[in-house]
Design a protein around this ligand. Structure first.
Ligand code: GYE
Length: 354
């Protein structure tokens, strides 16, 4: 791993070495530019200073959810020119092939670092080997990669999705107890995120583990919502229509992100099915973005499990420590919490930055 980091730092160092020479040669031009900037009141970074920036190529999955939008915003803010970075941002529109293309483009551009938010865990060996070959360190963010050789990436930062699933199901056990329903048959409708994404794999595993431990809990159906409101609405609507006259009941909805939850709630509204409150379907949602917390306060969503998307400053700090020659931990898990309809307050929502 040390090798990867050392090799990877070379292009950055070379570029900045060249920039020093450039600065000397263009001192007069720069002074003129500065005078012009002062005269026009323009404070943008000059071309000379730009050469000092750390160039980062970021391959983002897409913009499928509010979480993702907040994540992209955080990355753009933390990896801004003011912070000493030049960010090349690529939105893969939920397609792994687009992520491959973006990474290959970053390699061609000889960026200093590649940051990858992978859509799923599999399929990264080849393209990451190419980045390693080019000596560019790769930082993985949010979901993880399942690679044959751990040295294919430098470090990873994100949430502990299994822990999130455990928080949700432990809370559910206690909630059913409180409602005097722990002996009842509990039917769970499972709305699954993008198959093969770490967040999906482990939130699903958290649920499955709890179902294995509680023989009276049943997953009545798993629907693929692909982390989007539109897809979750479509599949839930279809499912509700199918069970309309069968008498099949739903006690709990376990939805692997907030946007899918919104789609599900819309479908329930249209079917006239009650949810939330003390009696309705217990709705569990992941991410806990502001709009979801608002619906938690309103009693529509019973539990919001947090997943913090503000990885920008974390990634910026990892790059800074690599620049300083440090070797960061291979994996850094961040700590998340949860909010229930019972415990949420206006204040908590106000404080939420996303
Ligand atoms: O929960 C969802 C997003 O990987 C943690 O991806 C992320 C998930 C998040 O689309 O909203």
């Amino acid at each position: 791993m040390r090798l990867a980091i050392k090799k990877g730092r070379e292009p950055a160092v070379k570029k900045r070495g060249a920039a020093v020479k450039m600065r000397k040669l263009t001192a007069i031009a720069m002074m003129l530019a500065l005078m012009l900037a002062a005269l026009t009141g323009c404070s943008s970074i000059s071309d000379g200073d730009k050469k000092d920036l750390i160039v980062v190529g970021f391959s983002q999955v897409g913009s499928e959810s509010s979480w993702r939008v907040a994540n992209s915003e955080s990355m753009k803010q933390a990896l801004s020119e003011e912070e000493g970075f030049e960010l090349i941002f690529d939105d893969a529109k939920q397609k792994q092939e687009n992520q491959y293309k973006a990474i290959r483009m970053f390699i061609q551009q000889q960026v200093d670092y590649i940051v990858l938010a992978p859509i799923t865990e599999n399929g990264w060996d080849d393209v990451l080997a190419e980045a390693r070959q080019a000596g560019i360190p790769v930082i993985i963010v949010d979901r993880q990669v399942d690679v044959s050789n751990e040295n294919l990436y430098t470090t990873w930062v994100g949430s502990d999705f299994l822990e999130e699933g455990k928080m949700a199901t432990e809370w559910l056990g206690q909630e059913l107890d409180k409602r005097g329903r722990s002996g009842e048959n509990i039917n769970i409708l499972h709305i699954r995120g993008t198959e093969g994404a770490t967040a999906q794999i482990f939130r699903t595993q958290g649920l499955q583990d709890a179902v294995d431990e509680n023989p009276n809990w049943n997953i009545v159906r798993t629907l693929d919502g692909e982390y989007t409101e539109a897809k979750a609405y479509e599949v839930t609507k279809e499912y509700l229509e199918k069970i309309r006259d069968t008498g099949e009941k739903i006690d709990v909805i376990y939805s692997e992100n907030d946007n899918m939850t919104f789609g599900v709630l819309k479908a329930l509204d249209e079917e006239g099915i009650e949810y939330g409150g003390e009696e309705g379907i217990i709705v569990i949602s992941f991410d806990a973005v502001k709009s979801s917390l608002e619906r938690c306060l309103a009693g529509d969503i019973t539990l919001c499990v947090e997943c913090n998307p503000l990885h920008g400053p974390r990634v910026a700090n990892l790059i800074r420590s690599l620049e300083a020659g440090d070797v960061p931990q291979k994996k850094s898990y961040i700590i998340d919490t949860f909010f229930s309809a019972e415990s949420i307050t206006e204040e908590m929502i106000k404080e939420r930055p996303y």
